[in-house]
Write a protein that binds this ligand. Structure first.
Ligand SMILES: [Zn+2]
Length: 320
């Protein structure tokens, strides 16, 4: 047996299989993060490439834990330990718990990544409030914790908030096949598409500079936020539209769950906290049915899901 973290048999490992990266972290009995590692998944990963990457990432700590949890960016069946579908991977009905059990030497709990993240962030914030976690990254995801339990639903996929309808005219199509969905407009992958649609829409005059920017085939959302700083009027109009639509999504989530606390994470949120998230949260205020919740930035960075999966492995009863 090779161990780095000896005499810590109550440790738990959390694995987060995201849209583009795998992250793993080792969590102590006292819920401290002892170790973490991550690596890119590569384009369109298969079950085999995912399993090989997991094996490689945990090589040094494979005897250092007694519990294992896996958070997955996609649809899961927690009771069956299956990944039903990952939109960014060639994966359908992957028996993740059985396959990973051979690598981890114990059967992991398999949960949706946002479900894992809300639990991780609640523990990190030492919060017993009713709370919602949102991630704004490649897509938009979320989960809720009410009355001290994560609301996971029958198979564990309760909160597909990224597919809330924010545009009933359905001008943009979502990766899921539906139209007018929140993440098709306001996520890291949606914002560039929305900007392209915005400049092609013929209702108003558009600046040449903004048109030129959004014509780039490799356009990233960060370039648009950056360009807004030049004061380009079309870009600023687009930002107003983007913030309004993002506010509609945020307000819908708050109206549905009525949380006391909302925690937001994800790459786009971390990168654009003031000019995107705070602006949208302020704009959401006028769309709320009740009182606004307190807003926090996710404390665990990109480890929310891995950390939460590790903790849920030890406390599966927290899943409601
Ligand atoms: Zn959708």
């Amino acid at each position: 047996m090779t161990t780095i973290f000896q005499d810590m048999v109550e440790n738990s490992i959390g694995v987060d299989i995201g849209a583009s990266k795998m992250r793993v972290c080792l969590v102590s009995e006292e819920s401290d993060i002892l170790w973490s590692k991550s690596a890119p998944l590569g384009p369109s990963p298969s079950p085999q490439t995912i399993a090989r990457l997991l094996e490689r990432l945990i090589r040094d700590i494979r005897d250092d834990f007694s519990y294992a949890g896996v958070g997955v960016a996609g649809f899961v069946s927690t009771p069956k330990g299956e990944v039903i579908k990952m939109p960014n991977a060639r994966i359908n009905h992957f028996p993740a718990a059985s396959i990973f059990a051979r690598i981890l030497k114990k059967r992991p709990i398999v949960v949706n990544d946002a479900v894992a993240a809300v639990y991780g962030e609640a523990v990190a914030a030492k919060s017993d409030l009713d709370l919602v976690y949102l991630t704004v990254s490649t897509g938009i995801g979320g989960a809720a914790m009410l009355n001290g339990r994560v609301v996971a639903g029958r198979d564990g996929n309760s909160h597909e908030v990224g597919h809330i309808i924010v545009d009933p005219r359905g001008r943009l199509r979502c990766g899921c096949g539906g139209s007018g969905h929140w993440e098709a407009y306001c996520s890291g992958s949606g914002i560039p598409n929305f900007a392209k649609w915005y400049v092609l829409d013929s209702e108003a005059k558009k600046s040449k500079e903004f048109k030129k920017l959004v014509e780039s085939p490799s356009l990233k959302s960060a370039q648009i936020f950056q360009f807004a700083r030049t004061g380009d009027p079309t870009c600023l109009d687009f930002m107003d539209e983007l913030v309004n639509i993002n506010a509609a999504g945020l307000a819908s989530v708050i109206n549905v769950y009525s949380p006391s606390l909302i925690i937001i994470g994800g790459g786009v949120a971390f990168g654009r906290w003031k000019d995107y998230i705070l602006r949208s949260f302020d704009a959401a205020g006028r769309l709320l049915a009740g009182r606004p919740p307190k807003l926090l930035r996710a404390a665990l960075g990109d480890l929310s899901s891995a950390y939460g999966a590790a903790l849920l492995a030890k406390n599966p009863a927290s899943l409601g």
